[in-house]
Ligand binder design. Sequence first.
Ligand code: HEM
Length: 82
Amino acid sequence: GVPSVLRVTPKQLKHNNGTEGRPAWSSFQGKVYNITPYFPFHPGGELELGRAAGKDCEKLFMGMHPWVNLEKMLGKCFVGTM
Ligand code: HEM
């Protein structure tokens, strides 16, 4: 079949920051996730997760909880690659 993985541009990532009805996307190690559905479940709270919206979250994520497996947790929220 035709590959269906979306190639996300930096502009698209920045645009999808969770404001004005848009989803919140975040990149981590070259992969982009839609973190919108995870907001009510984040143990660190919505405010902290919101810091990842529309940008790369590797520094924040690894600085806070490097033991958490983001790829496994948000696998179903995978959007595409940068
Ligand atoms: C806690 C997932 C992003 C800040 C947690 C925990 C998980 C999690 C599973 C519990 C960890 C444990 O108890 O061992 C995620 C996922 C993220 C994400 C899937 C995807 C992007 C972030 C970001 C920040 C953040 C960007 C901002 C710096 C925190 C904080 C806690 C926490 C402060 C500690 C809560 C507490 O124990 O009181 N997160 N996180 N997280 N997270 Fe995140």
